[in-house]
Design a protein around this ligand. Structure first.
Ligand code: NAD
Length: 336
């Protein structure tokens, strides 16, 4: 599958080609945990398809990868329905894109001002954790957004996922977060493989996702997987705080791990300064982040903004520029 344009320049033919390529790469990335192109290359194909669909309404399709979540639930695990779909995020690749998003939100809110929470976009595996009366009862992958995989046995071996909650927790709690393989664990695993003459794992994101989607919880335990959590829902108990920032504080009080870089801002300038700072420090953490997620803080403003297709209108992922896929291998002395 090559990213060559259709020879006759026919937009419908090119859209079909791009869709086939994107579904192929979704399958490799989400289901096999083994992508064959870089995220930057994938994002470029997706952007081309988005542009094509925007310019040529006649080629749009409800079953396009621009409209659907790319994964699916494999039959290795019991399937789990998500009562609230697990969706994706719109992307921004430049300050102009972020400003355009800010203007759109301001217009949709009839000119109201709004506070924003900016968080690192953790490059891991999205999971949903379910707690009943404070006890962890179920953990699932996103899958196709509606149906995911029950990976509870592996998630119980993720050290920073609490088995029992603290504080004044609601009886029914659903938490979302990103599970990841820490970079030092990834490096240790590859050092060992190099010593044994085995092929190296390609990157921490897919090795981490593959760890949660394999069947032996002992393997998960040995890899020191971790989580950063970023939202919760309490099944309508009316105890939700008024804003996302306060919700993160609430999650922390229940015993969840909240990323310390999260910050709250009023202006696009401030968000861009934060983005530049995070980009400059992107190699300082023991995990990978591929951008900054900017979210409208007020939950009532979020509710009035709602969703467009597979994306909330109240959030955007401002991506870091793509890096060469070999970066991680550079840290490894393959002669050890
Ligand atoms: P996304 O990664 O663009 O955004 C949505 C996800 O971000 C959420 O599901 C959540 O898991 C995650 N996230 C991380 N930190 C978050 C935070 N602080 N707050 C909220 N959400 C947070 O959407 P996607 O559909 O999961 O993935 C698309 C991306 O995956 C592409 O842009 C590409 O980079 C990569 N991809 C690559 C290939 C490939 O072949 N290389 C194939 C498919 C997808």
């Amino acid at each position: 599958l090559s990213p060559e344009p259709a020879p006759d320049g026919n937009p419908l033919a090119r859209a079909r080609e791009l869709r086939d390529q994107l579904w192929f790469h979704n399958e490799r990335y989400y289901n096999d945990d083994a992508p064959v192109i870089s995220d930057g290359q994938y994002d470029a194909l997706m952007q081309e398809l988005r542009d094509l669909e925007a310019e040529h309404p006649e080629v749009r399709s409800a079953s396009s990868p621009t409209q659907l979540i790319g994964g699916s639930a494999s039959d290795r695990f019991p399937q789990v329905q998500h009562p609230i779909p697990m969706l994706s995020l719109a992307n921004a690749f430049s300050r102009d894109d972020l400003e355009a998003w800010h203007r759109r939100v301001t217009d949709l809110l009839d000119g109201q001002t709004f506070r924003m929470v900016a968080e690192l976009k953790i490059d891991g595996l999205a999971v949903r954790l379910v707690y009943r009366e404070g006890a962890f009862v179920l953990g699932a992958t996103r899958g196709n957004g509606q149906t995911g995989e029950d990976v509870s046995r592996n998630l119980r071996e993720v050290e920073s996922i609490p088995h029992a909650l603290h504080g004044d927790f609601p009886a029914d709690l659903e938490v979302r977060g990103e599970v990841y393989l820490p970079l030092d664990s990834f490096q240790r695993m590859n050092e060992e493989r190099a010593r044994n003459g085995e092929p190296l794992y390609a990157n921490p994101r897919n090795t981490g996702a593959g760890t949660i989607r394999q069947l032996d919880p002992e393997v998960t335990r040995s890899r020191n997987m971790q989580i950063w959590t970023y939202s919760f829902n309490d099944a309508g108990e009316a105890s939700m705080p008024a804003g996302h920032w306060a919700a993160l504080e609430r999650l922390r009080s229940y015993g969840f791990r909240i990323n310390p870089e999260n910050s709250v801002f009023n202006t696009v300038d401030e968000v861009c300064e934060f983005y530049d700072d995070m980009l400059a420090r992107r190699h300082d953490w023991n995990y990978e982040a591929d951008g900054v997620v900017v979210k409208v803080d007020s939950l009532s403003q979020q509710n009035s903004l709602g969703f467009a297709g597979r994306e909330p209108r109240w959030a955007i992922a401002y991506k870091f520029p793509a890096e060469r896929a070999t970066t991680h291998l550079l840290h490894i002395d393959i002669n050890v």
